[in-house]
Design a protein around this ligand. Sequence first.
Ligand SMILES: Nc1nc2c(c(=O)[nH]1)N[C@H]1C(S)=C(S)[C@@H](COP(=O)(O)O)O[C@H]1N2
Ligand SMILES: [Mo]
Length: 387
Amino acid sequence: MSEFEPGFSRRQLFQQSVAMRLGSQIILSLCGADSLAGEPELIVRESQPPNLEMPFSSLDGFITPSPKMYVRCHFPVPALSAESFSLRVEGKLKAPFSISLSDLKKLHSTTITAVMECAGNGRVHLVPKVRGVAWDQGGVGNVTWTGVPLSLILERAEIDSSAKEILLEGADTGVINDDPKTPGEIHFDRSIPLEKARKDVILAYRMNGEDLSPAHGFPLRAVVPGWYGMASVKWLTKLVVLDRSYQGYFQSIDYAYFDRSVGSPSLLPLSTMPVKAQIAQPSRFERVKRSSSVRVHGAAWSGAAPIAKVEFSDDGTQWSEAELMGEDVPNAWRLWSHTWRTPDRVGLARISVRATDKAGNTQPAQRSADRRTYMINHIIPTEVSLF
Ligand SMILES: Nc1nc2c(c(=O)[nH]1)N[C@H]1C(S)=C(S)[C@@H](COP(=O)(O)O)O[C@H]1N2
Ligand SMILES: [Mo]
């Protein structure tokens, strides 16, 4: 079927091509999410377990609609039932306890809008190419989360004064066969420092106003604002209060980077999302008219501070400031827009954006190998074709 066959919208074509690759039924059973099955608007990077990304060029609003929220799963999606679900809390505290989902939902809740980005988002642009899910720009989204502040659970738990970290354990399990292999089956889990746990972490049961879908962690997940997605553990079934720093697979072997602040470069767990802007439109290799006015738009975010400015360049040396849209919302991304007066020539043009946050961080021009295959926020130009 050609792209240009009459009578088909791009979306229909996209749905058909997804259906041809996978079968919509398979999408339904893989993700277990009705919302995803109804609107397979995501690009399939891996089908089992589901790793799906948003076509970032389709960005058209501040909130990412749930069917477009990317999905990152290391292991098969566990089937949990709301009725029998409970969250276990143990470790360095007065007495271990469990709390049911319905009791959790009776506690004071809070709703935030937060951007979540996978630490490997943009990986397909790394040269030379590396292992790992080959995300383009769509391993990121901005949604609302509703749930219980973790601080509230920790207060009830009467944790020891020796407490240093909170381990978040997911119900999903599996074996990683790439070297270094895991010693048998492990859970997906991640620890966060107590200070962060008390500050703004949420145990969320709703995304964009609806119960979490199975792929996004039904019935309960952590949301760690400002941090890369790996800390926001899905299918959260256990919290362990620790009096030492945890060295689990997903923060020592995976999702760790080389830090040089002391001694020899040593692996530290990834945490805060560094500042980054992405162009949604024009999309890569799109044809744009020469000597015309073209709207360039996208999103920018930083886990460290609000966005201060986004700059645009079509030659990599001269930068002009883009317009920041709407108001600043803490933890969320900021949409931006810029009118580009295109050069009066035909052929390839490379357009770039770079964001700066209010802590003074700007996106780097060069990539550091210390970041291994994560934290991809250096400036990556988008090629477009002038005609
Ligand atoms: N239990 C569990 N939690 C998890 C993961 C996982 O594989 N298992 N993936 C993490 C990663 S790497 C990311 S980027 C986010 C993605 O959340 P989403 O699939 O809801 O977009 O979930 C995190 N939480
Ligand atoms: Mo991720």
